[in-house]
Design a binder for this molecule. Sequence first.
Ligand code: AMP
Ligand code: ZN
Length: 139
Amino acid sequence: MKKDDCIFCKIAAGEIGSHTLYEDEDFRVIFDLNPGTKGHALVIPKEHADGIFDMDDETASKVLVVAKKVATAMKEAFNADGFNIIQNNGECAGQSVKHFHMHLFPRYEGDKALGLWKPGQTTDEELQVLEDKVKEILN
Ligand code: AMP
Ligand code: ZN
């Protein structure tokens, strides 16, 4: 389903023009308008989901295959030294467009393009509590 006021629905459907690197029945891969590094691109499903939590399993099962295929071509085309695959859910996690998308983010030696998390500390007891909570929901 498309969502009427969603810009990524319109881009994915081809109603708004874009530089499209790859397209199939389920996805369109376009360049990001404000690239963090040279070649930064987005995998956009044609089916609307706000994020990973309301995405259907079929689309979810296909998205990494598309990301892998296009990232492999991009790495070679742009001579990238490394690659981040990033997917944000929720404002506090950095999501600004509420239509699921996966960032294909080429990295170049010394680019300093991303700051990742500061490693913290934990205990076995803390991890046990967290493990039990997740398992209670999963089981
Ligand atoms: P996120 O912060 O994970 O939601 O990422 C949204 C990304 O979409 C940002 O990197 C924006 O630069 C990018 N973006 C927003 N609008 C467009 C657009 N019309 N075409 C291409 N990229 C866009
Ligand atoms: Zn949408």
